[in-house]
Design a protein around this ligand. Structure first.
Ligand SMILES: *[C@@H]1O[C@H](CO)[C@@H](O)[C@H](O)[C@H]1NC(C)=O
Ligand SMILES: *[C@@H]1O[C@H](CO)[C@@H](O)[C@H](O)[C@H]1NC(C)=O
Ligand SMILES: *[C@@H]1O[C@H](CO)[C@@H](O)[C@H](O)[C@H]1NC(C)=O
Ligand SMILES: *[C@@H]1O[C@H](CO)[C@@H](O)[C@H](O)[C@H]1NC(C)=O
Ligand SMILES: *[C@@H]1O[C@H](CO)[C@@H](O)[C@H](O)[C@H]1NC(C)=O
Ligand SMILES: *[C@@H]1O[C@H](CO)[C@@H](O)[C@H](O)[C@H]1NC(C)=O
Ligand SMILES: *[C@@H]1O[C@H](CO)[C@@H](O)[C@H](O)[C@H]1NC(C)=O
Ligand SMILES: *[C@@H]1O[C@H](CO)[C@@H](O)[C@H](O)[C@H]1NC(C)=O
Ligand SMILES: *[C@@H]1O[C@H](CO)[C@@H](O)[C@H](O)[C@H]1NC(C)=O
Length: 309
């Protein structure tokens, strides 16, 4: 009797689940599969990206770094290549705000996970040429300069913070435990809101040329998105602000303020895709670009050891 009611309960559960979650039969190509890892290892990986973002935004908006805001929170080689960008006051204030937000996020990670301060800071390279190589902006005359104007700054920052948002869309459901999943969701939604700021600013001048160039904002967003997608090796995820109808919401619009998949959901990127992009090498085990000496932590070392390029 007991075993029979057990069986009924089991069948009921199966029936219930099948109405909630439909079988997902999409098989990802090998280079797009996530590497199995535990929650702490994933946070350790994420810390590298949050540190990079906070250092870049603080240094480019204000000339300060994480250590100036929160002494003892991070420790490691001093980032190279950043200069204070030529920004208008409102943009500078917003960028500084996003940099400061990164400091708060790092503190929350120290408070809520088993990771301890000082968090290890990887070697970071914010030279303008590094961004140009990653985003296929080299070879313009005069050279494209992320630090040269508000628009150039937004054009570089948007695809990178978007890629971080897509990583957090992958990251959040992989985290075990309600409290840490809530932390992950909070980090991801903050990143998404910041991407909304970048793309809204750019969309307000979408058809204007970007001085001193003749290419428009739309053209540049298409160029940087295409470059990131080529490095990521997992299809079209980053998108320009004006797109073919096939990439627009419901295939009915060419405007594309918010980047999303065919069902208007946030795209997802794995650790390996993020590494291929941030390294600028298209190879998750060949460091370069923003992280010339690779990342800190066990998950990155595992990716290298397993040759998960
Ligand atoms: C950085 O921020 C501080 C505090 O608001 C301010 O005093 C300083 O002038 C800023 N530096 C730049 C380059 O904006
Ligand atoms: C921008 O900020 C600087 C320094 O805070 C100030 O001197 C200047 O008047 C501001 N410019 C505008 C247009 O508000
Ligand atoms: C983190 O990585 C950098 C190289 O990117 C290295 O210099 C530093 O020593 C590493 N820190 C730790 C704690 O491993
Ligand atoms: C880029 O610029 C050309 C010429 O202005 C235009 O025809 C094309 O549609 C643009 N491509 C985009 C928005 O990606
Ligand atoms: C890089 O940009 C150039 C010039 O805009 C373009 O011809 C080329 O296809 C782009 N390459 C990649 C990898 O996107
Ligand atoms: C870039 O623009 C071209 C031409 O309109 C289009 O085919 C392509 O899908 C766009 N790519 C992205 C990533 O927005
Ligand atoms: C939009 O077009 C894509 C192919 O380009 C297709 O996969 C998708 O189902 C279409 N979406 C709608 C709502 O028709
Ligand atoms: C990625 O880089 C590593 C280290 O340089 C190299 O051994 C490996 O062959 C590369 N993988 C691919 C697919 O190019
Ligand atoms: C940073 O990038 C620039 C430009 O590619 C390069 O010359 C420099 O050696 C790099 N610095 C580090 C520390 O990797």
């Amino acid at each position: 009797m007991a075993s029979r009611s057990c069986l009924y309960a089991f069948l009921l559960l199966l029936a219930f689940q099948s109405t909630v979650i439909k079988a997902n039969t999409v098989v990802l190509p090998p280079q797009c599969r996530p590497v199995p890892a535990g929650t702490l290892a994933r946070f350790e990986f994420l810390v590298n990206l949050i540190i990079a973002k906070a250092e870049f935004l603080l240094r480019s908006s204000n000339g300060t770094g994480i250590e100036d805001i929160a002494p003892g929170l991070v420790q490691g080689p001093v980032p190279t290549g950043a200069t204070v960008a030529n920004l208008d006051n409102a943009t500078r204030a917003a960028i500084r705000e996003f940099g400061l937000a990164g400091v708060g996020i790092l503190r929350a990670i120290v408070d809520e996970t088993l990771l301890r301060a000082p968090l290890p800071r990887p070697q970071l390279n914010f030279t303008a040429e590094v961004f140009n190589r990653i985003l296929n902006l080299s070879g313009l005359t005069p050279p494209f300069n992320v630090y040269g104007s508000p628009t150039q700054f937004l054009l570089v920052t948007e695809p990178l913070v978007s890629s971080l948002q897509f990583y957090l869309a992958q990251f959040t459901p992989s985290i075990a435990g309600n409290a840490l999943q809530q932390l992950a969701a909070g980090i991801g939604l903050t990143a998404a809101a910041q991407v909304g700021y970048f793309r809204t600013r750019l969309n307000a001048m979408v058809n204007s040329p970007v001085p001193p160039f003749t290419m428009t904002v739309a053209n540049f967003t298409n160029t940087t998105a295409t470059a990131v997608n080529q490095l990521g090796l997992c299809g079209v995820k980053n998108e320009g602000l004006i797109v073919p109808l096939s990439l627009g919401a419901e295939n009915r619009t060419a405007t594309n303020v918010v980047t999303a998949d065919v069902n208007s959901l946030s795209p997802r990127r794995t650790e390996r895709e993020v590494l291929r992009i941030a390294f600028g090498t298209g190879n998750a085990t060949r460091p370069g670009g923003i992280f010339p000496s690779g990342l800190n932590g066990t998950l990155y070392r595992l990716i290298v050891a397993l040759r998960q390029s």
